[in-house]
Ligand binder design. Structure first.
Ligand SMILES: [Zn+2]
Length: 86
């Protein structure tokens, strides 16, 4: 595999818990060569993989904002808002 030809990173949507009670869907970019998770985002796109040196291009990359997901597991065992004193 030729390192100096830029390749597009692989993109996956990963869901992880945040603040302990909500889930966040977050776009994660991976090196197409070694699958190192790149710390890339709309404000930062590395030109090379810090792990294996694979050259990267983010041309045409669509950046998706983090998305908060309802934590559905808790529904039914938890009464939201109704009796809450504000
Ligand atoms: Zn790499």
């Amino acid at each position: 595999m030729i390192k100096w030809i830029p390749r597009k990173p692989k993109v996956e949507m990963r869901v992880y818990p945040k603040y302990g009670f909500v889930n966040v869907r977050h776009q994660v970019c991976f090196c197409p060569r070694c699958w190192h998770a790149l710390n890339a985002g709309p404000g930062y796109q590395p030109n090379y993989c810090s792990e294996c040196g694979q050259r990267l291009t983010f041309d045409g990359m669509e950046w998706k904002a983090d998305e908060l997901l309802d934590s559905t597991e808790r529904r039914g065992s938890y009464e939201p808002d109704q009796n809450r004193v504000v």
